[in-house]
Design a protein around this ligand. Sequence first.
Ligand SMILES: Cc1cc2nc3c(=O)[nH]c(=O)nc-3n(C[C@H](O)[C@H](O)[C@H](O)COP(=O)(O)OP(=O)(O)OC[C@H]3O[C@@H](n4cnc5c(N)ncnc54)[C@H](O)[C@@H]3O)c2cc1C
Length: 408
Amino acid sequence: MEAREISVHCCIAGGGPAGMMLGFLLARAGVSVLVLEKHADFLRDFRGDTIHPSTLEIMHELGVLGEFLQRPHQEARTLSGQVGEESVEVANFTSLPTHCKFIAFMPQWDFLSFIAEHAQGYPSFRLEMQAEVDELIYDGGRVTGLRAKTPGGDLTVRADLVVGADGRHSTVREKAGLEVIDLGAPMDVLWMRLSRRPGDPGQTLGRFDAGRIFVMLNRGEYWQCAFVIPKGGFDDLRRRGLPAFRGEITRLAPYLHDRIDELSDWPDVKLLSVSVDRLRVWHRPGLLCIGDAAHAMSPVGGVGINLAIQDAVAAANILAAPLRHGGVSEDDIRAVQRRRELPTRATQAMQVFVQNRVIGRVLESTEKLSTPLVLRILRVIPFLTRIPARLIGLGFRPEHVKIPAAVS
Ligand SMILES: Cc1cc2nc3c(=O)[nH]c(=O)nc-3n(C[C@H](O)[C@H](O)[C@H](O)COP(=O)(O)OP(=O)(O)OC[C@H]3O[C@@H](n4cnc5c(N)ncnc54)[C@H](O)[C@@H]3O)c2cc1C
């Protein structure tokens, strides 16, 4: 095993949506960039597969939207909620001022592979898989690089800027000693797949009943299902047994009874613990965190991937030129947090409100639910479904690609 050393303008820890998009944008702008991803591939299920209109607009700005939409995906133009027996349209994307007026559902590994393929077209882009970042290198108070473990031996990277895009259990933010503000979450989510059959509803649907929330995402041949449970409640659920759990699902969606046995054992049910937090300061000299590493997002609204990508676009807009000219300053790095903090705070405030005022209350309730006032209003004035559509589909302060591709 041989120790290696590489020098780049920018080294990104983590090849998720934030890291891959930032790597792509910087390489496109002529910045030498290395992305280190600890896994051997992008193939991990239940990482969130929603590509929102704001991200599709960025694909359009990058000139790759048509090609992207050739890849297998499903399109949701509306989202609905069902309380007891009553179904209400909650968000309608068809009036958004974007090229795509829908959420695209695409396996995240397909999305990341697409970005990687395009990034690899630029000579200054490099992606190294199975490279786990475990240490930062300092010179005085400034981060000047990092160390990673790879199958071929230890890798040392010297960089003008290190970006932590390594998700909500970020090693980079921990090693940088950045302070985390925990906003809390009252729930965890169980993910599973059940096949989709002719005659099933076509829509992506959230079902609410006393003590239970069940979300079904139409993935073509199967339903990707999320069963929301009180935080730490999985052991209790397992003690009650799999037949009881299957019964809870079929009570919420009776038409699933003919395939509920596809959940044959507990490994078919994946627990994803939910956390919502953010860093007080996203940076140090020579270092910046973006995406979940800077602000772990709740699954509420399915906006985490898109917020991570918005961070990447803002970071590339602000940092590409100084990085290319070898002079990224603390002010430049600070400007990224200044740009993205407000949309992050606003989105998390919305998520925490929904978690505590809707999800927490539904999970605690033991009596039959009545349709909440806000849903009754949406049913009477469907025009208002444009508001949640805008918040989910575009978010606060959508970013646009401002840096031209470098002439190679
Ligand atoms: C239950 C649940 C469901 C969700 N559903 C959705 C959804 O439907 N839609 C949505 O938009 N958002 C969803 N989210 C939120 C979403 O998953 C995140 O907000 C989003 O993935 C953040 O992207 P990221 O690139 O910042 O981080 P991540 O997607 O977490 O990517 C980080 C990457 O860094 C790698 N990595 C980690 N540590 C290291 C290291 N030391 N060295 C090298 N690489 C490393 C990881 O392997 C990973 O590939 C959900 C969250 C939860 C908890």
